[in-house]
Structure formats: C-alpha cells, structure tokens
Design a protein around this ligand. Structure first.
Ligand code: SIN
Ligand code: FE2
Length: 217
C-alpha cells in the first residue's frame, strides 16, 4: 500500500468543538444515521403532524412541533409539561425509532455522557422567520441527564448563553447533520435560535428540523 492510497480517503470523522463546560458541538455527527433518520422522521410526522402550539400566555409559537417517545413536550394555556398522549389525536406519541435512540445515545457518549436513556424527543420545525427565544430546558424531572439536539435541513444560528438569562449568548451556526450535547455544569444554560433565514435544503426544502432528546421522567 502506498501513502497515496491513504491520502485519497476522505476524513469523515465528526469534529468535536467545546462550547462550555459540559457542552459540545459535534459537527457532522448525523452522517452515518442520515437516511434512516429522515425516513423514520417522515413516518412520525405522518402519524403526529407538526402543529404550532400556544404558550401559557396565549401566544402561538412560530416553531411547529411534534414528538416521539413515551413523553412528549406540550404547551397550552395551562402550562408547559410532558404528556404521553398527543392532544391532537388522543393517541400516544409515535414510538421513538431505534435509529433516533442510537443517534442520541452515541452523541451523548461523544459528549462525555454515558448511559443516556432518552424517553422524549421533541421535533421542532422552523420555517423561514421562525425563532425560539432564550429559555432553559427545565420541565424534566431531574437534570442529571444531558440534552442532545440534532439539526437537519436549513442552517440556523443557535444562541448558547449561560446560567443567567442576562448572560450574553455565543452564536453558533448549526448545519444539517450537526449535534449539540449539553449537560452537567451547563445542563440549565439558556439557549435559543435566531430567526431562520430562507434557503433551500437538498433533502428537506425550505425548513430546518431540530430533534431534541431528553430524559423527561
Ligand atoms: C430547543 O431548544 O428546543 C430547540 C433548539 C434548536 O432548535 O436548536
Ligand atoms: Fe431548549
């Protein structure tokens, strides 16, 4: 074998970028899961379509959501919570597909968190202009487990702050296939997404899809 042969092999290893103590950006981590993941996503959305929920204050969110897994995150006039039942259908949320779970568990390990067992996957759909204001993920029963957050489709600017709302967030451009994992010391850090710029993604069109894996219960 010659050195040339090795030089022609593309470097497909995902990169690992520290964002804070306990938080990492894994660029390109989705690649080996991509086709199975998108096929499974299409099945979930056929069973439990995206819908724009209302905040307890009565505002309709710009991001459309659905869920899979035994616990789904919902919001309505009575508050934010996890519920095993999709309020639109009265049926349980679709089961979390194996490929979803494998991706989340492996990303958590790559982020330094062994033993992640997500029971909730919130699926967010951003159309151009949709945004998510700074918030903490704190509706889960315990904060020992990390969050794993998968980006698909159009790129977005992810805002990652600190433990206080007033902490100035850093801006990260998340592309199709990137995963962010945060837990431990940064588990309750404020985060959000800037208004999505228009564009067209080859697989997903004019939208960004985010999968947020959590251990809710
Ligand atoms: C979220 O915090 O639920 C969504 C984050 C994202 O869309 O990247
Ligand atoms: Fe969040």
């Amino acid at each position: 074998m010659t050195a040339d042969l090795f030089e022609t092999v593309p470097d497909v290893r995902p990169s690992r970028e520290a964002m804070a103590d306990g938080a990492v950006l894994l660029r390109g981590f989705v690649k080996p899961f991509e086709s199975d993941l998108i096929a499974a996503l299409r099945e979930i959305v056929a069973q439990a379509p995206f819908r724009r929920m209302f905040t307890p204050g009565g505002h309709q969110m710009s991001v459309a959501m659905t869920n899979c897994g035994s616990a789904g995150w919902v919001t309505d006039r009575s508050g934010y919570r996890y519920d095993g039942i999709d309020p639109n259908s009265g049926q349980p949320w679709p089961t979390m597909p194996t490929v979803f779970c494998q991706l989340a568990v492996q990303a958590a390990i790559a982020g330094g968190f062994d033993g992640f067992a997500p029971d909730a996957c919130l699926i967010n759909r951003y159309e151009p202009g949709a945004r998510m204001s700074l918030h903490q993920d704190k509706d889960e029963q315990d904060f020992a487990a990390p969050i794993a957050s998968v980006s698909l489709g159009l790129p977005a600017i992810f805002l990652f702050g600190g433990p206080k709302r007033a902490d100035k967030p850093r801006r990260y451009r998340l592309e199709h296939g990137d995963v962010v994992v945060w837990g431990g010391p940064s588990r309750l850090f404020f985060h959000g997404v800037a208004p999505l710029a228009d564009g067209e993604h080859a697989l997903l069109g004019h939208q960004r899809i985010n999968l947020t894996f959590r251990k809710a219960r």
